[in-house]
Structure formats: structure tokens, C-alpha cells
Design a protein around this ligand. Structure first.
Ligand SMILES: [Zn+2]
Length: 427
């Protein structure tokens, strides 16, 4: 247990507790988390298999596949299409955050055999640059769409610094086959070193996702492990392909790596993918509903369960938590001054976090100052200035830092930094 437990039980009840639970909400892990869970249940004695997913990112489809991979507890290799990366950069970032490798499937799914050599290089480079623009380091691996390739295509890719990747197991998941059909084909043909081609971007994504979980379970049972492709096209263990920070392999390279490690060492967070908890998901944001659940659990509030202060949370799984928080005066609504709505699905904003931290820490200095040009119209302007006076925030646009971006959502990594600095103000 860390400092927060001691503070919680001390005389500073509500303020400290509110701060503590802000910290706890960082962990999307519920108390029932199995801490002894391990990512790989086998000794890999049968060998290694790589699952690969093409034609994304398409938000709902890719997210469904990612959730299946989460539950399976493995990493895979994705071959996205450049123009979709341009449309959905956050989805590709989320994929990379989970430890999956991001490779290259051209800009617009062209048949490379029909392109000139310079056009081959152009479409592949354009996709590569688009992935980088999304904040992800792509592997230098290219899968020619449809598998259409020849020696000229392969040489063009190689000369441009890419390695061509095909597959040896193809269940035709995109063609509308059932989950059972996809599953049976893969577990029948997979062997040590197999590269399985699947699709997160096809309309049959639900069956692909469902088959994925069954494939992993069965092949794990046969002694196989699942890895990702490195730049040489070889299968390597996902966890070892990335540099770990503490137990997390999605944190290296984050500007908040030190803060996240601090958070972990203080036992404030476990991770974002129970039961494995080898990821922190630093770019994922937290909803107000999730926040309410963590606040309620940590505070052990019992009053207000039968209230119905807010009209928009009746269908939320967090309704009881939200109403209790309202009864305790810890949570206000999302639509001042009426405050008859809570917006449980909405992301917590930087301004809202400022208000919580200021209330929790009892910060009073800084009133009357005006160091951010964009904070003046925020109802949290006083809180924002107090937070800055305490050194807990500098701004959102370094090095100038004359803006606070009060309406921006708060990714988990950024929250770690807020909490790390705020901890210095605790008794
Ligand atoms: Zn494709």
C-alpha cells in the first residue's frame, strides 16, 4: 500500500479521499482483478504463430478485434491501409498502445503488380508516413494487397527499405465465413512459424474477432505461443518486442513514462488490460461514468443510492455510483448552471480534473492571476489558475505554455503526470 491509503485513513477525509479516487480511476481494473493472471499459459514448446489483421483501421471493426485480442491476452501484427489511417489516427494509436505491431498495406489497397516501380514506392511510403503522422512507429513490413506480387514488386519494396510479408494460413475470413469455419481452418493448418492472415477491416469482423479468441485458446492448449513480426519478418514475442517500463510495454516513448512508473510503484494503478495488466494505455481517456464508479468504490459512499438527480444516467451501469457522488456533493453535473445532467459517456476534461484536484488538495493560491489565454471563459478558471500556482500544471502547449486547453480530454498518461505532481502537496 502507498501514501494514498495512509492519507485516506487519516483525518483529512473527503479531500484526500477525493484525490485518492482520482488516482484509482486511472486503473480501469476492478477489484476482482486476478493478479496472478499470466499472459502466456504455455511453455511455447510447439512453437510460435503470428496472427495478422489487414484492411483497417475502421473504428468499430478494429475495436472489436482489439477487444478480442485483449481477452485473448496476445499481441498481433496489423497491416492497415494508409487512407484509413488518415481518417482514424486514434484507432491506429490505440492499436499500437496495446503492444500490437503496425505494418503497411499500401495507401489505398492497390494491386502492386499493376503499378510502376516508382508508384509502388510512392503508395507504400505514403502509408508509412501517414502512420508516423499518427504518432506510431511503423514496422518496415509491407503486405501486398491480395497477395499480388512478383520479383519486381519484391525488389522494389526491398530497395525502398521494406520487407514483403505474405502468409501461409488463410481462412478467407473476409468472405463471410462463420466463426467456426474460420477457427477450424486456422487450427487445422497452423504450425510453428505460421503467419495467419485475418481482417479487422472486413464486414465479417465479428466472426473474425470471435474466431480469434477460440484460435488462441486452442493453440495455447497445444503448446503454441503467439508473437508479432519484427522488421526481419520473424515472429518474436510481443512483450519482448517492446521496451518495458515497469510491467508495461506500451509506455516507453511516452512523455509521461516516469509519471506512469511512479504511479505503478505507488500501487495506484495496475494496468488497463486485466488480468494480464502488462499495458497502461497511456493515450486512452477516462469517461465521467468510469470516474464515478471509482470514486464511489473508493469512498464507500452509501447515501443517495435511490436518488435521481440526473436525467441522463438512467441507462448507465454507473447510475448508482453517479447518484451517490452527487448526494455527497463531490460530483456536480455536466451542464451548469442547471446541472441536471451528468454525461456519463463523456471524457473527463482538463478543466474538470483541475477542479477535482484543487478541491481535493485544498489549494487556495493563485486567485486573480491569469496566465492562460484560453482559460478565461471556463467556469473552472479559478481552479485552473490555482492548479498552475501550485505547479501541478504548466500548460498544454510547451514551450510557450500560455494555453491550458480546458476542454481537452485527459489521457491516462497525462493524468499520471497530474497526480505525480499533486502528490507533493499531500501531507
Ligand atoms: Zn487487404
Amino acid at each position: 500500500m502507498g501514501w494514498w491509503t495512509r492519507s485516506w485513513r487519516g483525518p483529512r477525509t473527503r479531500g484526500a479521499a477525493a484525490f485518492i479516487v482520482l488516482a484509482l480511476l486511472l486503473s480501469l481494473v476492478v477489484v476482482s482483478t486476478v493478479r496472478s493472471g499470466v499472459a502466456v499459459a504455455t511453455d511455447c514448446s510447439a512453437g510460435w504463430v503470428a496472427l495478422t489483421y489487414d484492411d483497417g483501421p475502421i473504428p468499430h471493426r478494429t475495436n472489436t478485434v482489439l477487444a478480442a485480442l485483449d481477452r485473448a491476452g496476445i499481441q498481433a501484427t496489423f497491416f492497415p491501409v494508409g487512407y484509413l489511417v488518415r481518417s482514424y489516427p486514434d484507432v491506429i494509436r490505440k492499436t499500437a498502445d496495446r503492444g500490437h505491431v503496425i505494418a503497411n498495406h499500401t495507401w489505398r489497397h492497390e494491386n502492386l503488380r499493376k503499378l510502376s516501380t516508382s508508384a509502388i514506392v510512392s503508395t507504400v511510403n505514403r502509408a508509412h508516413n501517414q502512420i508516423q503522422a499518427a504518432g506510431v512507429v511503423p514496422a518496415r513490413l509491407v503486405r501486398p494487397p491480395g497477395g499480388f506480387t512478383d520479383s519486381r514488386v519484391r525488389r522494389a519494396l526491398s530497395n525502398a527499405g521494406y520487407r514483403q510479408v505474405l502468409w501461409d494460413v488463410d481462412p478467407w475470413d473476409w468472405s463471410g465465413k462463420s466463426a467456426s469455419g474460420i477457427y477450424s481452418n486456422v487450427v487445422r493448418y497452423a504450425r510453428n512459424g505460421s503467419v495467419v492472415v485475418l481482417h479487422d477491416g472486413s464486414a465479417n469482423y465479428r466472426n473474425t474477432a470471435s474466431a480469434t479468441e477460440r484460435i488462441v485458446k486452442t493453440l495455447h492448449g497445444r503448446g503454441y505461443c503467439f508473437g508479432v513480426l519484427n522488421n526481419q519478418g520473424r515472429i518474436v514475442p510481443g512483450d519482448e518486442a517492446a521496451v518495458k517500463v515497469g510491467p508495461f510495454y506500451d509506455v516507453a516513448g511516452s512523455p509521461f513514462a516516469d509519471d506512469i512508473l511512479w504511479l505503478y510503484n505507488e500501487e495506484i494503478t495496475k494496468g488497463c488490460n486485466p488480468p494480464y495488466n502488462n499495458r497502461f494505455c497511456p493515450t486512452e481517456t477516462v469517461t465521467r461514468g468510469q470516474m464515478a464508479a471509482f470514486l464511489m468504490r473508493a469512498l464507500g459512499l452509501t447515501e443517495g443510492a435511490g436518488l435521481d438527480v440526473f436525467g441522463d444516467d438512467d441507462d448507465s451501469v454507473f447510475e448508482a455510483d453517479i447518484e451517490r457522488l452527487a448526494a455527497a456533493g463531490i460530483t456536480k453535473g455536466c451542464n451548469p448552471p442547471a446541472n441536471d445532467r451528468f454525461c456519463p459517456q463523456r471524457r473527463v476534461t482538463r478543466a474538470e480534473v483541475a477542479a477535482f484536484l484543487v478541491r481535493a488538495l485544498g489549494l487556495t493560491e493563485g486567485v486573480g492571476s491569469d496566465r492562460f489565454v484560453d482559460g478565461d471563459d471556463s467556469i473552472f478558471q479559478v481552479d485552473i489558475e490555482r492548479l498552475a500556482a501550485a505547479g501541478i500544471t504548466k500548460g498544454c502547449n510547451p514551450p510557450a505554455n500560455d494555453r491550458f486547453c480546458p476542454r481537452d480530454p485527459v489521457p491516462r498518461g497525462q493524468m499520471a503526470a497530474f497526480l505525480h505532481r499533486a502528490a507533493a502537496h499531500l501531507p
